[in-house]
Every structure is written in structure tokens, then in C-alpha cells.
Design a protein. Structure first.
Ligand code: AMP
Ligand code: MG
Length: 321
């Protein structure tokens, strides 16, 4: 009888261990800051092995920076500029370039992953920012050289989410990764409420609004306030219109994209910024894989149908015209 009781107790304990109970709401996350990809990143990870997970994510991000930096000595873009061919790359690296090319085609070339010479000429890659001459611009626009700066942080967020999901022994990865404005959520928030992500006010302190997202998502913002210089009273920002060679002037101050795929979210945020509200809305109507929030230079806010935005007044962009 006693043995039966013990057996029942062991079975009960086993059953409890097997249920996929979410992490305790009270469990404190492990937090880590790092400087990577030219920006400050903040990792917040929950779970039993959060400290090791955080180290692994940091290592992955640093490795992706080395591989994809536009200027890094032995990075893929640098090697291709120096004359290496795509055959010398790993399959994964070729896939990233292939996906970048597909995203460029999808956005009518407004996301253009081969603008290295142009960004460098303007000085947005670190050197002496200045307005180039028309002749310099024409020459730089002729050159097609890889720069995945507009998509790689999104890709990195997605890789980090995959890594954490693989490492979660209970299948319940849970993290909030802020990769310098690119937000990657992983799994559900421990207390069961949606993740809340603030959209920065592009023209001052505070926020333009707050988004609610569920599960694993990428939330990526491109804005004219993120990197810029001023010359003769004019602001020149880092998102270039591949057609003109100049910083895009589409009436937008920022665009935020919410998408399950990080690289797509990042490339689309840049593309929508170049396209502006009207053409960006057209691209959204042709798609089913993302939502967007447009903040205009005037301060007006537009959000596509289905996006959970609060904390500001905004107009909803409907799927049907
Ligand atoms: P993001 O902040 O994601 O919008 O990316 C901007 C960065 O991508 C810039 O700093 C440039 O290195 C590069 N870039 C600028 N304009 C474009 C563009 N139209 N398409 C792709 N990359 C761009
Ligand atoms: Mg981008």
C-alpha cells in the first residue's frame, strides 16, 4: 500500500514536471547591455538559464556584427568589395544576400542593400558627414556594393529569437531584446499580458504611442532622427532614396513595422520610410505579413488595421480603399 502511495506521488511529480507551465511571473529577468552593430543593445531574458542564454545571445550578436558589418575587415560585404565571389561564402551567408535581393525587389528597390558607396560618400558610415557634389553622387550611385545596415539588426534579432527558442528546455523561451531601437520579443511575457513597446517621438522627448504585441515578433523603427547631421541649417538623415541619392523626403519622420520575420521587418521599415505614407500603404495592401505605424513630419500618426496602438490619436489605414 505504502509502495502504491509512493508510486502515485512520483507519477504526480512527473506530471507536474511535464506540463509546460510558463515561467513564474515573479521570476526576475537577467539584463545585459552591450555595444554592438554601432549601437547600445539591451537584453532582458527570463528563465532558468537566463544568464548563460544572455551570454550566448551576446556572442551571437557580436559574431553577426563581424560577419555583416559594412566596414569590418573580414566581413562579407568587405570581402565581396575586395573581389571575393559569392561562391566563397557559406550557404547561410548566400541565403542572407539572396533574401536581401528579394526584399529589394519586393519594395521596388526602395530598400537597396547595395548602397555602400553612397552611404560612405555622405559620411553616414562614420567619416566626416557632408553634402556631396552632384558629380560625386553620380559616381557613387554607379557603384553597387553591399551594405546590409538596413536589414541586419532585424536579421540578428530573429537569429537571437531562434537561438533562445532552441535553448529553452521547456519550449518556453521568453525575452525582450532591444537591439538599438529594433525590438525583438521572444515568446509570451511571463505574466501573460502582451508585450508593450513604445514608439519614440521623432520630434522630442517621450513617445509617439505604445504598441501591444503577442508572442515572438520584430518591431523595427526607421526614422530621420536616428542618425543625421546639419549643414547650413538643413538636416540630412541617413535613409537614402536610391533614385535621387539624397536623404529620402517622403513626409515621414518615422515608420515602425511589426512582423514575424526580423529581416523583413527591418528592410520594410527602411523601404516604407523612402516610399512615404501613400505608396507605403499600397505596399501594405498588397501584403499580409506585417503591420505599420507611420509618424508624419506634421506629427500625425497612421496605423494599419489590426495594429494595437494606444497612447496617441491616430487614423486607421483600412485594408479596403
Ligand atoms: P535603417 O535604420 O534600418 O532604416 O537603415 C539605415 C541604414 O541602411 C543606413 O545607415 C545605411 O547604412 C543604409 N541605407 C540607407 N538608405 C538605404 C536604403 N534606401 N536601402 C537600404 N539601405 C539603406
Ligand atoms: Mg531597416
Amino acid at each position: 500500500m505504502r509502495r502504491l502511495g509512493l508510486l502515485a506521488l512520483s507519477l504526480l511529480l512527473l506530471l507536474c514536471a511535464c506540463t509546460n507551465a510558463p515561467p513564474e511571473p515573479t521570476t526576475a529577468p537577467v539584463e545585459q547591455d552591450l555595444f554592438c552593430m554601432d549601437t547600445v543593445m539591451h537584453l532582458k531574458i527570463w528563465g532558468a538559464h537566463a544568464a548563460e542564454d544572455s551570454e550566448e545571445v551576446a556572442r551571437l550578436l557580436q559574431q553577426l556584427e563581424q560577419t555583416w558589418s559594412a566596414t569590418g575587415e573580414d566581413s562579407v560585404p568587405s570581402r565581396l568589395r575586395e573581389g571575393d565571389t559569392v561562391d566563397s561564402l557559406t550557404e547561410e551567408q548566400r541565403t542572407v544576400l539572396q533574401r536581401a535581393a528579394e526584399l529589394s525587389a519586393r519594395t521596388g528597390g526602395t530598400f537597396d542593400p547595395e548602397l555602400y558607396a553612397l552611404s560612405r560618400l555622405w559620411g553616414f558610415l562614420g567619416e566626416d558627414p557632408h553634402v556631396p557634389t552632384q558629380q560625386e553622387l553620380a559616381q557613387a550611385m554607379e557603384l553597387r556594393q553591399w551594405d546590409l545596415g538596413a536589414a541586419i539588426k532585424g536579421y540578428a534579432g530573429q537569429c537571437a529569437a531562434e537561438l533562445l527558442t532552441q535553448r529553452a528546455t521547456d519550449g518556453q523561451a521568453c525575452a525582450l531584446l532591444n537591439l538599438g531601437g529594433n525590438i525583438q520579443t521572444v515568446g509570451d511575457k511571463p505574466d501573460g499580458t502582451p508585450w508593450k513597446i513604445a514608439i519614440q517621438n521623432p520630434r522630442g522627448d517621450g513617445y509617439a504611442g505604445t504598441l501591444q504585441v503577442h508572442g515572438t515578433m520584430s518591431v523595427v523603427t526607421s526614422g530621420d532622427y536616428q542618425r543625421y547631421f546639419e549643414e547650413d541649417g538643413t538636416r540630412y538623415h541617413h535613409i537614402l532614396d536610391p533614385k535621387t541619392g539624397f536623404p529620402a523626403k517622403s513626409g515621414l519622420a518615422s515608420v515602425t513595422v511589426i512582423c514575424g520575420d526580423g529581416m523583413t521587418a527591418d528592410a520594410l521599415s527602411t523601404a516604407l520610410f523612402v516610399l512615404g505614407l501613400e505608396k507605403g500603404t499600397e505596399l501594405w495592401r498588397q501584403s499580409t505579413d506585417f503591420g505599420a505605424v507611420f509618424v508624419l513630419e506634421t506629427g500625425e500618426v497612421y496605423a494599419t488595421e489590426g495594429v494595437e496602438l494606444s497612447g496617441c490619436s491616430f487614423q486607421v489605414i483600412k485594408r479596403e480603399k
